[in-house]
Write a protein that binds this ligand. Structure first.
Ligand code: T4K
Length: 367
């Protein structure tokens, strides 16, 4: 069987059945039922945040957060991310302004941030990409100086802490994804942690049609509610998450041991003050020193039934959807990394023998 870039974590079948049994008693499938309430409460606790709401997925979490802030103008973000981040900005009628990334941790290059601020800038939407935490202090300082909102795309940072505090406590809001491919999943799902009570109320309106009772509709909202089956999956998976992260750590350590000394491969390093979740294992291949290109390594792995992924290539500012509107040469570090990066297979139950086999194939490409 092929080894894919990841494999969804799932509880034992019986554990999930036990979790959903009560749904057959109460026939309550969605619309903020008991599982939703319980999941919301345990998540607040796990993430160490005071205010949090649940959504159908990580994308709607970002899109509705931007909408709830009632923003206008330009949002500074990075193009080295999944389509969702940029699309959430554009779908709100806002203009994305692309900041380059740090070539080593792939998050927003804060040295380049301030020069992109104009009188139209309303917010910063940085991405904690691969679980690497952005330069929070500097982003906060700049946001405060120019009175900008900060919304973190925290899709990859579930359960991480920075300086001992939950990652969701930083910025005005942080948006998490619980998609099947994430460290922690609720099949599909997402959450927003936020500071302002008022923002929470608007977000709730947006996720539930603005409905506040059978005869009261006080806002024009959409539908982005998490259903009971997803909440139940989240409840089950959360019980095993610490163990899963520990297993991921072992996989990451093995990859690192096997690949770190090879010239021409840049690996991710654990950041100071961060409790990591080992979400992804990016490796950047520099052809000059390694002797093979990223695409050659990708193909060699595929010949061996190992399906790595080029997250995040292409950059979002080159998507054909935007018809060449954005100048990719304004984000040269992002372009450099996107052409050279491969995210290697990583999931809790990936056997270390498979990691060794993957590394053997990669090292066979070294010239
Ligand atoms: N912001 C960022 C920075 C994100 O990375 C994402 C999502 C979002 C926002 C938006 O959050 P969501 O709205 O998705 O909650 C995947 C995911 O669909 C997406 O959630 C994720 N980022 C992105 C990085 O990756 P694909 O198209 O690459 O996934 P796919 O279907 O090719 O799956 C990859 C591998 O995962 C498969 O080869 C096998 C495994 N897999 C997949 C699925 C769907 C499973 O084991 N089980 C499954 O159910 O986008």
């Amino acid at each position: 069987m092929a080894i894919m870039v990841t494999r969804s974590s799932m509880p034992e079948f019986d554990e999930y059945i036990e979790e959903i049994r009560s749904i057959w008693d109460n026939h309550w499938l969605t619309n903020m039922g008991p599982k939703h309430k319980e999941f919301q409460a345990v998540l607040k606790d796990y993430l160490g945040v005071e205010k949090l709401d649940l959504f159908t997925n990580g994308h709607m979490a970002i899109e509705l957060t931007l909408q709830a802030m009632n923003l206008q103008g330009e949002v500074i973000t990075t193009p080295f991310t999944f389509a969702s981040t940029t699309h959430a900005i554009v779908r709100n009628g806002l203009e994305p302004v692309f900041c380059d990334i740090d070539p080593y941790n792939y998050t927003m290059d804060v040295e380049k941030l301030e020069s992109l601020i104009t009188d139209k800038t309303c917010a910063i939407l940085p991405v904690h990409v691969y679980g690497n935490v952005c330069n929070i202090e500097e982003i906060d300082r700049i946001a405060e100086k120019y009175n900008l909102k900060v919304i973190y795309d925290a899709a990859h940072t579930f359960g991480e802490t920075y300086k001992g505090k939950g990652i969701g406590t930083y910025g005005d809001a942080s948006c998490f994804s619980f998609h099947a491919t994430k460290v922690f999943n609720s099949i599909e799902g997402g959450a927003v942690s936020f500071k302002s009570e008022r923002l929470g109320k608007v977000l709730y309106n947006l996720k539930n049609f603005g409905i506040h009772g059978p005869e009261e509709v006080s806002a024009v909202g959409a539908n982005a509610k998490m259903n009971e089956f997803c909440a139940a999956m989240g409840l089950c998976n959360l019980r095993h998450l610490d163990e899963e992260i520990e297993k991921r750590r072992r996989v990451v350590e093995r990859y690192t041991e096997r690949l770190e000394k090879t010239a021409g491969i840049q690996l991710n390093s654990v950041q100071p003050d961060v409790k990591p979740n080992y979400a992804y294992f990016p490796a950047v291949f520099e052809e000059k020193e390694f002797g093979s290109t990223r695409n050659e390594v990708y193909s060699k792995l595929a010949e061996n039934d190992i399906i790595a992924r080029k997250y995040f290539y292409p950059l979002t500012n080159t998507f054909s959807a935007f018809n060449g509107k954005y100048d990719v040469f304004k984000t040269p570090a992002a372009l450099h990394v996107a052409k050279r990066v491969l995210t290697l297979p990583l999931y809790a139950d990936l056997p270390l023998e498979d990691v060794d086999r993957i590394c053997d194939v990669i090292l066979s490409c070294k010239k």
